[in-house]
Design a protein around this ligand. Structure first.
Ligand code: NAI
Ligand code: MG
Length: 502
């Protein structure tokens, strides 16, 4: 964080992109908000304003939804062959890779994440998602059905199902992986043949705007993708409630997920949700600690703990407890904090002042409730939203730090005696069910535990492994539906049965 750090110098493309007045994409044209209002975008490492974007509200939402409706009902998109759609998706993936460095710099600047991570994970994963979904565009298939209708004896039928795009989709995404979350949402919705209004988070709108231009460059017809920037209550809420939207796909807080459900209830539009987590990460006594300790550390500290699937409740079998507690704490102390654009940075700042205050509030609550801070525990430096990687020991099941999603670099570590029903109960004792980790040298034990965990993803001897082919999503209050894999296509398709008497 000192002035001496060797900050990546921004590419001329990034400089000119952030310097320009940012408009939003509606009906294939870049436009200002109707009322011309804008809002500021910050660099979380310095708290400086880096850009201004359009502050869209209901009038802009109406225009964007109307454009998506028009593009769905008429125009080139519904008449394109699946192969043509797939080629556009593939091209979007290619353009992301061609602009990898620029997108990584934007992401690091806007979100605060280490440039090394954006280069190695966020941007390539986003490209891969489009490449993967490009293949699905031509493989969306129904079935032929063998009917046995009891009250029409002798009649033969030709019956089959078609899978059709659900229509106009509203997608509302968060700030923790801004480009990747846009890709997770856009890849399948476009493969399915829907049209979309995407609203990135107000904290991190830049990479979605850049991606929108790449989608146009790839040949996406006007109105198929509309990207509007704005705040949750004034832009997200009217979008989620819009009568002409057929489906809402949301990633963010469980609290807002519940608001989305209420907003969609009026006209029963379909909803999928990818929400919070408080994921258990379990180290058995037979685990290879040379793998499990760095693994458990990165399970919580990756992306500054700003992961819905962060391994935030670490359970360690008694015999190994002291070593793992000390090992993870030692790893936490060694993490190099700094601005995302410093290539040596391992952990950047939290995304915003609000998140900084939320996470440091949890640290205070942990101390007040009697948890012991083994590493970290407070702010790092005195500028930017940096929080020290923190390890808490001695937490109790009723403490807020143990129960609630912190969404910051804070892990609770607790011992367990045996691999028994009580361990499973404790691991599952949360309103969430997004992910879990197990570290063991005995695959039989690990798989038996995996089967009992109420979580959408279970990692064994690894963590935070994502792939376009692997469904991701939550049990319980972690959400409805899945992202990625072929499963995500269900979010954007209706099934039609066609039955002909022949
Ligand atoms: P949030 O849920 O408020 O924001 C996510 C998105 O929802 C943003 O695009 C926001 O503009 C939009 N939004 C907010 N209110 C809305 C409304 N009433 N109607 C429609 N859209 C709305 O999350 P926030 O406030 O940024 O973070 C709060 C907490 O949420 C975090 O501390 C973390 O626990 C959790 N979170 C979970 C994420 C995940 O990946 N599951 C991602 C981000 C936050
Ligand atoms: Mg919020």
């Amino acid at each position: 964080m000192s002035a001496a750090v060797d900050i990546v110098s921004l590419s001329p493309h990034v400089k000119s992109f952030i310097g320009q007045p940012h408009k939003v994409l509606i009906d294939g044209r870049w436009q200002s908000a109707r009322d011309e209002e804008t809002f500021e975008v910050f660099n979380p490492a310095t708290e400086e304003v880096i850009a201004r974007v359009a502050n869209c509200k209901k009038a802009d939402v109406d225009l964007a939804v109307a454009a998506a409706r028009k593009a769905f009902d008429s125009g080139p998109w519904p008449n394109m062959s699946p192969s043509q759609r797939g080629r556009i998706l593939w091209k979007i993936g290619d353009l992301i890779l061609e602009n990898l460095e620029e997108l990584a710099q934007l992401e690091s600047l806007d979100n605060g994440k280490p440039i090394s991570v954006a280069r190695a994970a966020d941007v390539p994963l986003a490209a891969d998602l489009f490449h993967y979904m490009a293949g699905w565009a031509t493989k969306i298939e129904g079935h032929t059905l063998a009917l046995s209708v009891p009250y029409t004896p002798g009649t033969e039928y030709h019956a089959y199902t078609r899978r059709e795009p659900i229509g106009v989709v509203a997608q509302i995404i968060p700030w923790n992986f801004p480009l990747l979350m846009a890709a997770w949402k856009l890849g399948p919705v476009l493969a399915a043949g829907c049209t979309v209004v995407l609203k990135p988070a107000e904290e991190t709108p830049l990479s979605a705007l850049r991606l929108a231009q790449l989608c146009l460059d790839a040949g996406l017809p006007p109105g198929v993708l509309n990207v509007i920037t704005g705040f949750g209550e004034t832009c997200g809420a009217p979008l989620a409630a819009h009568a002409d939207v057929n489906k809402v796909a949301f990633t963010g807080s469980t609290e807002v997920g519940k608001l989305i459900v209420k907003a969609a209830a009026n006209d029963l539009k379909k909803v999928t949700l990818e929400l919070g987590g408080k994921s258990p990460n379990i180290v058995l006594d037979d685990a290879d600690l040379d793998v499990a300790i760095p693994g458990a550390s990165s399970a919580i500290f990756f992306n500054h703990g700003q992961c819905c699937c962060a391994g935030s409740r670490l359970f360690v079998q008694e015999k190994r407890y002291d070593r793992v507690l000390e090992g993870v704490s030692d790893a936490a102390r060694k993490i190099r904090l700094g601005p995302g654009l410093d290539p040596a940075t391992q952990m950047g700042p939290l995304v915003s002042k609000v998140q900084f205050e939320r996470v440091t509030g949890f640290l205070k609550s942990g101390k007040d409730e009697g948890a012991r801070t083994v590493a970290g525990g407070g702010r790092h430096g005195n500028a930017g939203y940096f929080v020290q990687p923190t390890v808490l020991d001695g937490t109790q099941e009723n403490m807020r730090v143990y129960q609630e999603e912190i969404f910051g670099p804070v892990v609770t570590v607790t011992p367990f005696k045996d691999v028994d029903e009580d361990l499973i109960r404790r691991a599952n004792d949360t309103v969430y069910g997004l992910a879990a980790g197990i570290w063991s040298g005995d695959m039989r034990r690990a798989h038996r535990i995996a089967n009992k965990l109420r979580a959408g993803t279970v990692w064994i001897n690894c963590y935070n492994i994502f792939d376009a082919s692997m469904p991701f999503g939550g049990y319980k209050q972690s959400g409805w539906g899945r992202e990625m894999g072929s499963e995500v296509l269900n979010n954007y398709l209706e099934t039609k049965s066609i039955c002909a008497a022949i």
